[in-house]
Design a protein around this ligand. Sequence first.
Ligand SMILES: *Cc1c(COP(=O)(O)O)cnc(C)c1O
Length: 364
Amino acid sequence: MEIMSNRLDRGFYKFQQEFEEKALKILRSGWYVLGKELSSFEEEFADYVGTKYCIGVASGLDALWIALKILGIGKGDEVIVQSNTYIASVMGITINGASPVFVEPDKYFNIDADQIEEKITDRTKAILVVHLYGQAANMEKIIKIATKYNLKVVEDCAQSHGACYMGKMTGAFGNVGCFSFYPSKNLGAFGDGGAITTNDSKLAEEIRVFRNYGSEKRYYNRVIGANSRLDELQAGLLRVRLSHLNEINKEREKICIRYLREIKNERICLPQICENATHVWHQFVIRVKKREEIITYLKKNKINTNVHYPIPSYLSEAYQCLNIKEGSFPLCEEYAKTVLSLPLYNGMTDEEQTYVIDKINQFE
Ligand SMILES: *Cc1c(COP(=O)(O)O)cnc(C)c1O
């Protein structure tokens, strides 16, 4: 048996007929950009998240940079973000000319809310909260701090579609929620896609205009905008997937509950669930000191794994300009050296799960 780290084809075949019917309908309609599928998806997704508005954009990164830009964040401003996030969160900040100010993660891999306050300066404009691997961050503490210092809150929900904190969904806490629909995300498209959620009608309007060349009315351009639209085909297919999202997340949870109960190996540190938070299991991330050994061992047994992420963004070649030295965020760097994502995908069979569990338990 060979186990891939992900199997997007299984997620397609699960709802094959619905996807194919929807795709054909859109292809035959003759309308491909900014149409009824998009406006319906935006309405349905806002409803799902629990916000008044949702604006589709072309990717998760676009959602981040456009949201931060429309919030007025730019050169000279600082944005607080966790050090162990995917590099896209950081790029959303730096594309706008603003500076990331990093904070160590907590034991749940999310921003350590107790270390935020000491990082706030006169220039701090926002906190970018990433609900990493699918688990909601401690929004109660974060919103409290943001309110006290009058900071904007931007949520990076690229991995957390459907995850809640104290019963409220991620993407509904901040001034804006930024989503990615990259194919591997819990709510995945068949190409690139993203969205911004908000309760602020003025922000929603400005984002809507900005994503389409700054134009409300064709050929009348109010501001210098971007071309960042979620096309009809993606929006329509996302509507199909959204109608099954709770089921999709439940299936992932079921697999992860098995992992949590049945993986028993002293060398392995299992992920923890934070009180008041729900986890939609975008990734099942364990920690192993002997990571290279377990990767090789699993590979020998035809089990493929991934590392999210091996290099903290500030140590990447791209961000040498930040001039942040190795050792600056010890816990983040420890995670980078020890985290390992186990195979996890919708449509993973019981036999496949059992095989992974058995092999991991046999690792010495
Ligand atoms: C995937 C991801 C993004 C970027 O999304 P794209 O659609 O690939 O641009 C941003 N932040 C996080 C945490 C992600 O996982």
